[in-house]
Write a protein that binds this ligand. Structure first.
Ligand SMILES: *Cc1c(COP(=O)(O)O)cnc(C)c1O
Length: 497
């Protein structure tokens, strides 16, 4: 299968090329030229497969330039027991008669990004090898917290790769910073930058665009690549768990074969919900997708009116991984829903670049509304949801998951649709323990994040995620820092070029 650009501005490429390039060099995103379609019998034949088997089955259909053996090895390396201890990998927890929570945070770093970032390095090194590249790959990451640690854990000790992560000195929590600074591995580097997340991201983007520096790297046998969330190799692995969740419902006789379900996803870059849509296009029986946002509700407004408008105040919320105004993966979705109309995609994204907004036509909006519902939660609603879910079900959730559940509840109260629904749980509650404890106690709490984690455990008897346990006393392995105009020099120093 070939991959094409959403803007029709690049030749079609193999999946290995799409994965190693990350994004289309001229702007735009790679998508499969045709989504594999399956009938219900073909899907149901997989109902008893384990997670690794399901992953191989999905990957085989999309990565046709990979051998079955290559895919199996990549999958086994990524989803081993040590990295994802539960046998199910993504356990499905029943909250009430028609609400099921899909726990996506059992990987090493306690957030759902592990589901893709544990396998992306496996796919990337195999892609690069397939393309005959003999250079050492340097992965550059700018992070506001979760992605940095997940990428470090995924690329740690992967042969032929070096990873350098930049994070804003004042922009991440103490726990997030410690998670990164204690990372082992002989190929990992972590640098704190004097500035905010935008400074980090801009610095890294400038490096990618710097042709002279690129030449210098090549002369020293290095090549840059990115673990960015718009890489097809990060989207594809997320399709798998929607099939897994469906089969779990089926095998627990919560649904009948072929019965449609609803899926609610707390959304930032539109990647996780897009993966659910790809599963649907492959044949998974889905009725509605509930796209859940926080106060940065660009997507909620877009799904209501058809106007995508980023000209608004950026709000910092207790669900920071969804504090996003430009959802990159929406471009892929619009390309799919318009039947691959790259002319319209070019128009809209040119407008977005020039005027910070664009409006889609009525026809497209109505096609989207047949499938997607936008909902959002205020800060207060998210906190109340954390409290209510704990009091009622003795089940602890993080603020992102709370936004997902609350959005589903709102959708149900506004429609007659009470179908069984799967809600993505995207982080362990301990990853965002301050907001969780504040929500439960409704009064001032201690400042030290590690004391908060302990108190949360005492109060709720919920086990601490192993990725955060003992972190406070772990050895700090990285202490580098730099100013925002020193990023290039820092990289050159690290690579010794
Ligand atoms: C990244 C992230 C999200 C948003 O996922 P997208 O694929 O960007 O929509 C939601 N919750 C958590 C905890 C995340 O880390």
């Amino acid at each position: 299968m070939e991959y094409i650009s959403t803007r029709e501005n690049y030749r079609s490429v193999s999946s290995a090329e799409a994965i190693s390039l990350g994004m289309v060099p001229a702007g735009g995103l790679f998508v499969p030229e045709k989504i594999p379609e399956l009938n219900l019998d073909q899907i149901l034949a997989k109902r008893d497969a384990n997670y690794q088997e399901l992953a191989s089955w999905v990957f085989d259909k999309f990565l046709t330039d990979f051998s079955k053996k290559e895919i199996k090895e990549a999958v086994e390396a990524a989803y081993k027991e040590e990295s994802f201890p539960p046998a199910a990998k993504t356990p499905l927890v029943k909250l009430n008669s028609n609400t099921f929570i899909l726990e996506l945070w059992h990987g090493p770093t306690a957030a759902f990004k592990d589901m893709a970032l544990q396998i992306l390095p496996q796919l990337l090194v195999r892609s690069v090898k397939k393309l005959g590249v003999k250079k050492e790959i340097v992965i550059l990451v700018a992070t506001s917290g979760d992605t940095g640690k997940a990428a470090l854990e995924g690329f740690k000790d992967v042969e032929g790769v070096k990873i350098i992560v930049f994070y804003p000195e004042t922009g991440v929590s103490r726990v997030q910073e410690d998670q990164m600074k204690t990372t082992g591995g002989s190929n990992t580097e972590v640098v704190s930058l004097k500035g905010n997340f935008d400074d980090c991201q801009t610095a890294v983007k400038n490096i990618f665009a710097d042709q002279d520096f690129k030449k210098k790297l090549e002369a020293n046998n290095y090549q840059f690549s990115s673990a960015n969330s718009i890489n097809w190799g990060r989207l594809l692995p997320q399709i798998v768990y929607y099939f897994k969740a469906y089969f779990d419902l089926l095998n627990k006789t919560e649904i009948k074969a072929g019965e449609e379900i609803n899926i609610a996803v707390p959304t930032g870059n539109f990647g996780n919900i897009l993966a659910a849509y790809y599963a649907y296009r492959m044949g998974l029986p889905v009725n509605k997708f509930i796209c859940a946002s926080n106060d940065n509700k660009v997507l909620t407004d877009f799904l209501e009116t058809g106007l995508y408008d980023t000209e608004r105040e950026f709000k910092k919320t207790i669900s920071p991984s969804m504090d996003i105004l430009i959802s990159s993966n929406l471009e892929r979705f619009l390309f799919e829903i318009t039947g691959h109309d790259s002319d319209r995609i070019n128009q809209w994204y040119q407008k977005l670049q020039q005027e910070n907004k664009f409006e889609i036509d009525r026809e497209t909006l109505s096609a989207i509304k047949d499938l997607f519902v936008g909902q959002y939660s205020t800060e207060d609603e998210a906190r109340k949801t954390i409290r209510n879910v704990f009091q009622k079900f003795n089940y602890l959730i993080d603020p992102h998951t709370a936004v997902g559940i609350n959005s589903l509840v709102k959708y149900r109260s506004q429609s007659a649709d009470q179908k069984n629904a799967v809600v993505d749980s995207t982080a362990s509650p301990y990853k965002f323990s301050r907001a969780v404890l504040e929500s439960l106690k409704e009064k001032d709490i201690v400042k030290d994040e590690y004391r908060i984690i302990e108190e949360l455990e005492q109060l709720t008897s919920t086990k601490i995620h192993r990725g955060l346990e003992g972190l406070e006393t772990m050895e700090i392995k990285h202490q580098q820092n730099c100013k925002k105009d020193e990023v290039k020099a820092k990289i050159a120093e690290i690579l010794n070029i």
